[in-house]
Design a protein around this ligand. Structure first.
Ligand code: OGA
Ligand code: NI
Length: 337
């Protein structure tokens, strides 16, 4: 039961009005105040003038389409590995097992921080070499994705500075080596195939979830589909669409930041409903280093508001969250020849 009025009729889904942060705005106080309001309210906002050109964004989307248009057998050659790199087929991920009858009707491709095989750091979960389609298959693909990974990290760091100020921390709080100096950062290309979602039947493009990490930068094409629910405990839940804005990132806070800020800042439930149109999006998930201890921030507790969570290592937290939502890799063995 959701978005239903008292007489049981289906209430129209409204479109959310989110604050918009302009990274080129010289009035930093204004940006901090807009961002803070958004983070206290729902943890979602638009980001414009972020420094990644429209031309380059168009190229990343075009290359993403090139990959997903490949035949399935070609895509299965770069199936994701245990380090979460590579292709994730339709239904691989199940984000909301209570409400979904099957996995998400989306396919994806994970690209993480490139760490060569012979580097001792490659042993860490989420670090290691990426998986790439063969060069002859998609010329220039790897270069485009690596460039985007690099540029998006700079955008994320700039956002994290505004977040630090909004939490009354030093502006460079998240820039330290154990934080975004050595981040776990994952680019994920996504493709929704045009399946019509039906919540009453448990069919979704992406099931309801909140993101795990610090922040997510999301770029979408112009097809509507993303919805947020500001109060997960409300009965019925009220869902609102987030409409795409050309050239803007939709930024949302993840559960790790909610925990770190002692629930001062919100990580909000969201999902994707397919309307029959094909849809492409690009998510960039940003987390601090493996060893970063996520422990209640100094500005987020007091005598009357003690820390709500125990400290936890970033990589312990993330590994658990990925394990909870992805299929066991062994189910794909039959595809490997
Ligand atoms: C995600 C997500 C939304 C979208 O990948 O975590 O919420 O629009 N994606 O694809
Ligand atoms: Ni998400």
């Amino acid at each position: 039961m959701e978005n239903q009025s008292q007489n049981g009729a289906e209430a129209p889904v409204k479109v959310s009005t989110l604050n918009c942060i302009d990274l080129s705005n010289p009035d930093i106080h204004q940006s901090v105040s807009l961002l803070k309001q958004a983070c206290l309210d729902c943890g979602f906002f638009y980001l414009v003038n972020h420094g990644i050109s429209q031309e380059f964004m168009d190229e990343v989307f075009a290359q993403s389409k090139n990959f997903f248009h490949l035949p399935l057998n070609e895509k299965m050659k770069v199936l994701r590995n245990e380090k979460h790199r590579g292709y994730t087929p339709v239904l691989d991920e199940l984000l909301d097992p209570d409400n979904q009858v099957q996995g998400d009707y989306k396919e994806g491709y994970y690209i993480g921080v490139e760490v060569p095989e012979d580097d001792p750091e490659a042993e860490k979960p989420f670090y290691g070499p990426n998986v790439w389609p063969a060069d002859g298959v998609l010329p220039g693909w790897r270069q485009t994705m690596e460039k985007f990974h690099h540029e998006a990290l700079e955008v994320a760091k700039a956002v994290a500075r505004v977040i630090a100020l909004a939490l009354d921390l030093e502006v460079d709080f998240f820039d330290k080596p154990e934080m975004l100096g050595k981040p776990i950062a994952t680019l994920r290309l996504l493709h929704y195939e045009g399946q019509i979602s039906d919540p009453s039947k448990g069919i979704y493009g992406a099931g309801a979830h909140s993101d795990y990490g610090l922040i997510t930068l999301l770029a979408t094409d112009d097809v509507m589909g993303l919805q947020i629910c500001k109060d997960r405990d409300a009965k019925p839940q009220i869902w609102e669409y987030v409409s795409p804005i050309k050239g803007a990132f939709i930024v949302n806070l993840g559960d790790m930041l909610e925990r770190w800020s002692n629930c001062t800042f919100k990580s909000t439930l969201h999902r994707v409903l397919g309307n029959g149109q094909e849809r492409y999006s690009i998510a960039y998930f940003v987390e601090p280093s493996h060893d970063c201890l996520v422990e209640c921030l100094p500005t987020c507790y007091s005598e009357n508001n003690p820390p709500k969570f125990l400290p936890i290592r970033c990589s312990t937290y993330l590994s658990q969250r990925y394990k909870d939502t992805h299929a066991e890799l062994s189910i794909y063995n039959k595809h490997q020849t």
